[in-house]
Design a protein. Structure first.
Length: 442
């Protein structure tokens, strides 16, 4: 509701910024929503660099317990992953998963419909995402399952992997063996024999990589859950950890705030590029880049994309933006990185996992059972959602409405999750991937 009288065309201010303009004269106390509030967003625009920012993390003695991999990276799970190179062997992957779970509980088959009949960028994107997933350190062993005749076959994927641990990552080409299920059992037995000797060790929290994600939002998301994640971001990045903020369209209308926190001019220029490139992507497909938020967001009280974005970017806290990553690109630096990609939940969480996130903090005002390839901590923006869907939600940020400071509790949950505590999506077996598609299928 309005806190003061406004004339037609005047801006409505929330989070200290305009979230649009009203379409008629409105007195104080008026209810504002999509019927009388319109966006101020437009297409590609110019931005001004406001100066450099310092990022100097402190040395922390906070530790987590993780698995040290042969390439020096850490993993917080020791799962066995089955990754098809093409959708044709999805069912085979699922059958292998079912059989393997009888002897080892932490096994997941990540099915998808791609890997063949793709062209151009889509083909490259699929190969890039699959190779990143195959090398994720949360997997102690990986069976890469190929049909054999697909475009993105085993030999092609090996090229995209570069150097990899051949003891931990094995390939099976189904067309080349008499019985693919029996052959898979043999390979998996060898992987499990190696993995049984893996042990957790103390590592500094600076080695942790955290992804940030908004699910369906409500009017409380930008007041409770997202600012709480922002505090967690500031805590983690100040101690040298890597935090990854994605969902490029949900930066539209708030990008100037992130740009003002650029480490240097190069990072600023990279931010401008991903924002305007994503707006061009909308324009190239004859879509408005300032379209209202989704049905669930609007029903939850979000009106304009600016309002959604200004709440969304609060997950980044006040941290300096130290790097800008392309879609599926691995995080390289400590501090806050921006990851190019859409806001769709499954595509976005897959993107974050493939960028190297060990854990994803997933805020929601609407609720969802969705789970990423990595542990996904669901944080409700309101307590009613938490009380209703305790089988989905890991943490209640709604208590912040009463003034409670929840940051210590959230950091404790992050550490516990890194140490092995399972999230609700893991307990429920909800683990999905989706790959961004933008082109022609043959």
């Amino acid at each position: 509701m309005l806190l003061c009288d406004l004339k037609k065309g005047e801006s409505v201010i929330k989070y200290g910024n305009a979230i649009g303009h009203i379409t008629e004269d409105m007195p104080r106390g008026s209810y504002i929503h999509e019927h009388n509030l319109k966006t101020d967003l437009d297409s590609i625009k110019a931005y001004e660099f406001s100066g450099e920012n310092d990022y100097s993390p402190i040395k922390s003695d906070v530790t987590i317990k993780a698995y040290r991999r042969s390439n020096g990276e850490i993993g917080i799970r020791n799962e066995l992953w089955i990754i098809p190179t093409v959708g044709c062997v999805n069912k085979t992957a699922q059958l292998i998963e079912e059989e393997t779970k009888k002897i080892y509980g932490d096994v997941v088959a990540f099915t998808h419909p791609y890997g063949c009949s793709q062209m151009g960028d889509d083909k490259e994107t699929t190969r890039k995402i699959l190779s990143s997933l195959i090398k994720h350190p949360n997997a102690g062993g990986v069976l890469v399952l190929s049909l054999g005749c697909e475009d993105s076959n085993a030999e092609v994927i090996k090229e995209y992997l570069g150097e990899y641990d051949k003891n931990r990552i094995r390939f099976l080409v189904c067309q080349e063996v008499k019985d693919e299920l029996e052959s898979a059992k043999k390979i998996i037995g060898e992987l499990l024999d190696i993995m049984k000797n893996d042990r957790r060790e103390n590592v500094n929290i600076s080695e942790l990589k955290i992804g940030l994600k908004c699910g369906g939002s409500d009017a409380f998301s930008g007041i409770t859950a997202n600012p709480l994640c922002g505090k967690a971001t500031d805590y983690l990045t100040s101690r040298g950890a890597s935090v990854i903020l994605s969902e490029t369209p949900e930066m539209f209308g708030a990008e100037h705030i992130l740009m003002s926190r650029s480490l240097n001019r190069d990072i600023f220029n990279a931010q401008v590029k991903i924002i305007n490139s994503f707006k061009k992507y909308f324009a190239d497909n004859n879509q408005e880049c300032y379209e209202n938020p989704s049905y669930g967001n609007r029903k939850g009280g979000i009106t304009t994309l600016e309002e959604k974005s200004l709440g969304c970017i609060q997950k980044g806290g006040n941290s300096v933006v130290c790097d800008v990553l392309g879609y599926g690109e691995r995080v390289k630096k400590a501090g806050l990185s921006l990851l190019t990609g859409p806001g769709n939940d499954i595509v976005s969480t897959t993107n974050l996992a493939c960028s190297g996130a060990h854990i994803i903090l997933f805020t929601t005002g609407r609720g969802t059972p969705l789970g990423a390839p990595v542990p996904t901590i669901k944080i409700s923006s309101n307590s009613q959602l938490f009380d209703t869907k305790k089988n989905w939600i890991d943490f209640d940020a709604g208590e912040a409405i009463d003034g409670r400071d929840l940051i210590d509790e959230l950091i404790n949950l992050i550490v516990e999750t890194a140490d092995g505590k399972k999230t609700k999506n893991e307990e429920n077996g909800y683990r999905d991937i989706a790959i961004f598609k933008n082109g022609v299928t043959m």
